[in-house]
Design a protein around this ligand. Structure first.
Ligand code: SF4
Ligand code: SF4
Length: 365
């Protein structure tokens, strides 16, 4: 009935001009954002008298590639005929801290009073500063640690945090949706998944930056869709990528899911089994001497810029010279052994630096 206020309309805290409450999940393949979006939307539709929809957007469907999950809710008398990506989320959940480095591509479109939830070991105040948020709410939780400790996945802990951020959905409703989804498909894993969900719900902490009404005073920033550098009108003939050696600037650290290999030089025999299985050319070698003093290539270390944390090298090493460790903030940067040609070229942001890099390469540095 036009003008009627449904129960759902009363509980949805805020809606956009089309009548929707919208959520965006920023993640990477393997962390389960798509499944989390499905479960959350189901919980709203089945147990909270809401209309809901969800979908995801990703490139190549593989571990480590960026994934966006979207959820829309509306009162039951408002139809959702919209399958466009959520550009202006009321709640933004970031499943992997390294994604923050993507800037507007991940953080774009927030309202002043949007809630941002981040899987991180940092505190909420520090995270708010990193995000550049001065209004809204920032929530933090150690979702990866919870997932590892409970034998679950990051998505369950993040679902718990989402449920806390969206009180119009009872956490018991989300639990029922998890039972109806994962409980049917993977019944043996249900207890671990539920534990991770409830820990996410209970352990997320929020910092309210709007205590003094800051969000009301703030101006809304328009959503800006980051465009590709090259397009139909600007791509070179034939689509050739002209930035020479562009792949050396690739940063795969966001693909790691909390673990990476530590190299123990004393145990290494330079057998190169690790390098044979590594998909991303992470191992850095230099000329040296073998155990008998003969000239040989010697493994110097790992260039973690390229390491996606697949841990194949750890399995392959016959001498326990590679060990799986949980990644702490800054560890990879501190222990990275850069490929010798990386430093001059990666640092080249202008012509002079580029020429210096080329000169270094010619000198064999
Ligand atoms: S974990 Fe090992 S094999 Fe996998 S990308 Fe990193 S260095 Fe290579
Ligand atoms: S497989 Fe192990 S022992 Fe062999 S080179 Fe790699 S790290 Fe060293």
């Amino acid at each position: 009935m036009p003008g009627a206020v449904s129960s759902a309309e009363q509980v949805l805290p805020v809606r956009n001009e089309r009548g929707f409450f919208e959520i965006r999940l920023e993640s990477i393949g393997g962390l389960g954002a798509n499944v989390a979006a499905q479960i959350f939307a189901e919980a709203g539709v089945l147990y909270a008298d809401l209309n809901g929809s969800n979908f995801a957007s990703y490139g190549s469907e593989k571990k480590g590639s960026p994934v966006k999950g979207f959820v829309r809710f509306a009162p039951s008398d408002v139809e959702i005929r919209d399958a466009t990506p959520v550009e202006r989320p009321h709640v933004l959940a970031i499943f992997h801290e390294a994604l923050i480095r993507s800037g507007p591509g991940v953080l774009g479109g927030l309202y002043p009073d949007s809630i941002v939830i981040v899987n991180t070991r940092k505190g909420a105040a520090e995270m708010a500063e990193i995000l550049g948020r001065t209004t809204g709410k920032v929530g933090v939780l150690r979702a990866l640690d919870i997932a590892v400790e409970e034998g679950s996945r990051v998505n369950m802990a993040m679902l718990g945090a989402l449920a806390k951020a969206c009180p119009f959905l009872e956490p018991e409703a989300v639990e029922e949706a998890i039972r109806g989804s994962l409980g049917v498909r993977y019944p043996k894993l249900l207890p671990a998944n539920l534990k991770a969900f409830w820990r996410g719900y209970n352990e997320v902490t929020f910092l309210d930056l709007d205590a003094d009404g800051a969000a009301e005073a703030a101006e809304e920033a328009p959503f800006v869709r980051p465009g590709p550098l090259l397009g139909y009108e600007t791509a070179p003939v034939g689509g050739t990528i002209t930035a020479a050696g562009n792949s050396i600037n690739k940063d795969l650290s966001a693909s790691r899911q909390g673990f990476l290999p530590e190299f123990i030089r004393e145990k290494c025999t330079d057998c190169a089994q690790c390098d044979l299985v590594c998909p991303d050319m992470c191992f850095v070698w230099e000329e040296g001497l073998d155990a008998r003093g003969r000239p040989a290539m010697v493994l110097k270390g790992i260039d973690y810029q390229y390491c996606k944390g697949c841990l194949k090298c750890v399995e392959a090493c016959p001498f326990d010279a590679l060990k799986t460790i949980a990644e702490e903030d800054g560890w990879a940067e501190a222990h990275r052994v850069p490929h010798v040609w990386l430093a001059p070229v990666a640092a080249a942001s202008d012509g002079a630096a580029g020429e210096a890099g080329a000169a270094s390469l010619q000198e064999g540095e």
